[in-house]
Design a protein around this ligand. Sequence first.
Ligand SMILES: [Zn+2]
Length: 316
Amino acid sequence: VNIRFRHPRNPIIGDKFSSRHGQKGVCSQLWPDIDMPFSGVTGMRPDLIINPHAFPSRMTIAMLLESVAAKGGSLHGKFVDATPFSDAVKGANGKTETESESLVDELGSMLRARGFNYHGVEVLYSGVYGTELTCEIFIGPVYYQRLRHMVSDKYQVRATGQVDQITRQPIKGRKRGGGIRFGEMERDSMLAHGAAYLLHDRLHTCSDYHIADVCSLCGSILTTAIIQPQKRVVREIGGLPPARAPKKVMCHACQTSKGMETVAMPYVFRYLAAELAAMNIKMTIQLSSEALKSSNPIFGGAVGMEVPVEEGVLDS
Ligand SMILES: [Zn+2]
């Protein structure tokens, strides 16, 4: 059985609409009907207000013509012939079928015949203050339709949630509660604004923040391992207090726990080191004394690459 639901949705801020001239746009504000401006002639309120800057670059003159034609047509109770280039169509007697050479002249006189402005403008009053607006405003009926792109299908928000297993960075995808990518252009924007701390917060703290144990002797982040503390029974036999010993880390390569340091870094950096190690490239981190002194360590060391010559995989 196949069941389909029809679910009516009221227009909300962020929904997309369009006239029949490709003048698509997004609803940016929903005003109460009473706050909309109203006509001084008819008292009618517009359903929709469009920014006039939408017209010069897109050159959708037909939308303005539709508006004037619909206004004239509704005032006269007639249908308006919208055939393009109708003045070029010759009748049987060799003359044009329309009264004038220009459609605009015809439409303007239709409005004037009913006492309206020739160009379709009207005096409007503020719905909030009741005062006359300082300029006349072009107003008329235009057919508008709703487009299928609606915010309720598209909005995406996340605090914390699922992370990728390999990189430990937030996953992508609206369905899975993923994050929105903070890409190169966003990074450039932050840098241009000088918002370095915000950038660090987005790209590191809120992403794959990771505190790695680094061996300052050999510079490796991959050869470190946690030493398991002694079991409680063993400790009690040895006359030691039953408290848990602090976590100890050692370097397998150097066989010592001396020189172990913690460095905050993105988790993908560790992944990069592992990928390079798989290609027989050793990555070393040289920790500078300034970074070691810092109580709140950020990634302050230098990174070096090294290909072991003895193994000779890349040497030949
Ligand atoms: Zn080491």
